[in-house]
Design a protein around this ligand. Structure first.
Ligand code: NDP
Ligand code: 8X3
Length: 255
């Protein structure tokens, strides 16, 4: 069902974005891979090409840079302009401080990446989908978009914004064949906590201690399921937890 299609994945250098690139390529999808770490984009792309014989193009960019996003997408070679699937995955948490002790630079990075970056990519890609009369947009939200936990403040606010933007886009596109979905995971072990704790690998490991977290591949499978439904089926939102997690805050850990 994805054979010969083109998907643009933001944040394809790691975690959920990278796993989604592999899951799509396995089904024959061509990939536009974006992220800031150029070398990793090429590594992922070359491995995909070798294993699955599909094609890729690497677009090194920072989603916070509106001009860069527009220039990269508008400057795609003709073949690559017909994007069928946009996965708005690039995102991050920085810190876990109380608001009154928070780092304003961290807040700006989360707001600029998780909200504005998602909007820039959407604004650049969706007009082409509307013109072609086909397309899927999958936004990666979070359980943090449905609940708030201690120290989650600004990150949770950005993911609540993703939830609102997903719903808003779905309303705005209701008179088109384009489908808009979100996937909202609980705890997935990726580089997410290493980034949140600014390179403190030990602290990041502790987040997933005593239970089996989700993997990036678990989420990629769900994204693949969403974009391979028949055209009349639009999955609005999927919340996914590890079995040992019951809500944003409740996780059962072995002693
Ligand atoms: P990773 O840290 O492993 O991956 C994050 C990806 O986002 C990387 O490819 C990174 O690429 C990219 N990214 C970050 N900032 C930017 C930027 N400014 N411009 C372009 N790309 C950027 O984490 P995950 O895979 O876990 O995170 C993916 C998404 O899933 C995020 O939106 C996150 O909020 C969400 N999520 C994660 C959960 C988890 O528990 N892990 C749970 C729920 C949601 P690079 O650094 O190369 O730019
Ligand atoms: C990432 C999951 O619970 O750390 O969005 O916020 S959580």
């Amino acid at each position: 069902m994805l054979k010969g299609k083109i998907a643009l994945i933001t944040g394809a250098t790691s975690g959920i974005g990278k796993a989604t690139a592999f899951a799509f390529a396995k089904e024959g999808c061509n990939l536009i891979l974006t992220g800031r770490r150029t070398e990793r984009l090429t590594e992922v792309g070359e491995e995909i090409k070798k294993r699955f014989k599909t094609d890729y193009i690497a677009l090194p960019l920072d989603v916070r840079d509106r001009q860069a996003v527009n220039a990269a997408i508008n400057g795609l070679p003709e073949f690559w302009q017909s994007i069928d699937i946009l996965v708005n995955n690039a995102g991050l948490a920085r810190g876990l401080s109380k608001i009154h002790e928070g780092d304003v630079d961290d807040w700006e990075q989360m707001i600029d990446t998780n909200i504005k970056g998602l909007l820039y990519a959407t604004r650049a890609v969706v007009p082409g989908m509307v013109k072609r009369g086909r397309g899927d947009v999958v936004n990666i939200g979070s359980i943090a978009g449905h609940e708030v936990y201690p120290g989650g403040n600004v990150y949770c606010a950005t993911k609540h914004a993703v939830d609102a933007l997903t719903k808003g886009l779905r309303i705005d596109l209701v008179d088109t064949p384009i489908r808009v979905s979100s996937v909202d995971p609980g705890m997935v072990e990726t580089e997410f906590s290493i980034v949140r704790f600014k390179g403190d690998v030990e602290r990041a490991k502790n987040v997933y201690k005593g239970f089996q977290p989700l993997t990036a591949e678990d989420i990629a499978e769900t994204i693949l399921f969403i974009v391979t439904r028949p055209p009349h089926v639009q999955i609005a939102d999927v919340i996914i937890f590890p079995t040992a997690q019951a809500s944003g805050m409740i996780v059962h850990r072995a002693d």
